[in-house]
Design a protein around this ligand. Structure first.
Ligand SMILES: [Zn+2]
Length: 199
């Protein structure tokens, strides 16, 4: 059942500290599990309703960017690093070669002009809590000059190797999660994008 505002947990950061407000653990009645053949008790169900505080830490600029239609990446700019200039998408806070903190960069235009499908897999059955429409077209995406491959979802069109794709963003009601970023095949009209998404 959807929760009322009084049954939700909210968190702000004030003076550098988390300030939780509201309800984070809701108790629910458990149920017995009986053996239908013997009539004997076999166990109980254990319902749990809790709100988890997931800190994004140094990855927060990536998730904040999605809701603003921006694809943020990171880049090593350490002169002493052999991998200097490497761009990481997915977002890596630290350079894996020199272990120094990377610089956050905006790669939205690069993604719009060079994203293409490296590989893909189509999933007809999903796990619990899936929110994506099925079948889910998972795509691995290459970008020019980016040393890593990004996994995302093709929201419109059929996947093919090397096919050009364009990022779309949930800018109208962002969830601040990875599902705010999806891709569509090149040439998709704005009116065919999923609800809440824009180029
Ligand atoms: Zn480096």
């Amino acid at each position: 059942m959807p929760k009322t505002e009084n049954e939700k947990g909210f968190v702000d950061v004030v003076n550098g500290r988390y300030k939780p407000k509201g309800v984070f653990h809701i108790p629910e009645a458990n149920q017995p599990i009986f053996n239908k053949d013997t009539g004997k008790l076999a166990g109980i169900t254990n319902p749990r309703d809790m709100t988890y505080m997931h800190s994004y830490g140094g990855e927060a600029p990536f998730f904040e960017g999605l809701g603003k239609g921006k694809l943020m990446a990171t880049q090593c700019d350490n002169d002493k690093c052999e991998a200097k200039g490497s761009i990481y998408q997915p977002f890596r806070i630290y350079c894996p070669d020199c272990l120094r903190k990377n610089t956050v960069i905006d790669m939205t235009d690069l993604a719009k002009s060079t994203a293409k499908i490296h590989s893909y897999i189509i999933t007809h059955r999903s796990g619990a809590f899936n929110s994506l429409p099925k079948p889910i077209k998972f795509i691995n995406i290459e970008f020019e000059g980016v040393v890593t491959i990004l996994m995302s979802v093709l929201a419109v069109g059929e996947p093919e190797f090397d096919k050009k794709v364009i990022p779309i963003f949930n800018t109208k009601s962002p969830t601040y999660t990875i599902t705010d970023l999806r891709f569509v095949v090149e040439g998709t009209s704005e009116s065919d994008l999923p609800e809440g998404f824009t180029y």
